[in-house]
Design a binder for this molecule. Structure first.
Ligand code: ADP
Ligand code: ADP
Length: 229
């Protein structure tokens, strides 16, 4: 289970400016589709429509053949996972922030997820902004470290469908490679949609969709797209 389909999707935030103009694609269960394209092309809008932060104004978004408008928020949240560009952490330990991915996970499972995401040494720490009654202050995490917390949370949640929005953008290239390996681990066998700026970061996707000005300009595997240019 976990097939995602966009069928002739139309969307605009503002009636005078169309953002998606008939976008259709399918992500078979367990496969990875990458959406690339310039800033402003409408990539994150696709993610917002899948999560139903907004509803389509034409066409349909389907999960396993069911229109997302007919699915409850709770079931939608249960099947979808997200590693966002910017992760906002709760005012509690990193372990708590990771466990949020699957409340009820054991300490061992939380530690394992933290290790895979390479945030293991931090799990007992509190994030910046935290100030306890005894005056203890939180730890300042870099953007990349926060992203690793989000990755650990997602590893723990193990959702059937995973949305990665420029998931490794805040990381330096060495860390990016290590995290990419952790993400590959979590996306293996799951339906995955990756939103990326550069073709070079999505070489292994089963299909790459190039979005330009709200429409699919090109599609194919990395090899096929490279041959054309
Ligand atoms: P991308 O992810 O490809 O950079 P987005 O999907 O975030 O693009 O945005 C597509 C266009 O929609 C952009 O021009 C952006 O400014 C506009 N946009 C995004 N969010 C909103 C919003 N909430 N209200 C109005 N316009 C928006
Ligand atoms: P949960 O693990 O609580 O079910 P999700 O996996 O749906 O939450 O999302 C994780 C975090 O990413 C949440 O804080 C959610 O608000 C945020 N998020 C989810 N989808 C998007 C999106 N399309 N754009 C930006 N942030 C998102």
């Amino acid at each position: 289970a976990g097939k995602v389909e966009f069928r002739d999707v139309h969307f605009s935030y503002d009636p005078n400016r169309k953002i998606l103009k008939g976008v259709s694609f399918e992500v078979p269960a367990g496969k990875t589709v990458a959406i690339v394209g310039p800033s402003g092309a409408g990539k994150s809008t696709i993610s917002r429509l899948l999560f139903r932060f907004y509803d389509v104004q034409g066409g349909q978004v389907l999960i396993d053949g069911q229109d997302v408008r007919d699915v409850t928020q709770d079931s939608l949240r249960a099947v979808l996972g997200m590693v966002p560009q910017d992760t906002v952490l709760f005012n509690d330990t990193i372990a708590y922030n990771i466990r949020y991915g699957r409340v009820g996970a054991s300490e061992e499972e939380v530690r394992k997820a933290a290790e895979l995401a390479q945030i293991g040494p931090f799990i007992e720490k509190l994030p910046e902004g935290y100030k306890s009654m005894v005056g203890e202050r939180g730890l300042k995490l870099s953007g990349g470290e926060k992203q690793r917390v989000a990755i650990a949370r997602t590893i723990l949640k193990a959702p059937p469908i995973l949305m990665l929005d420029e998931a490794t953008s805040a990381l330096d290239s060495h860390t990016e490679q290590e995290i990419q390996a952790a993400l590959d681990l979590v996306s293996k066998g799951r339906t995955t949609i990756v939103i990326a700026h550069r073709l070079s970061t999505v070489i292994s996707a089963d299909e790459i969709i190039v979005l330009k000005d709200g429409q699919i300009a090109e599609r194919g595997t990395h090899v096929e797209l490279m041959r054309k240019h």
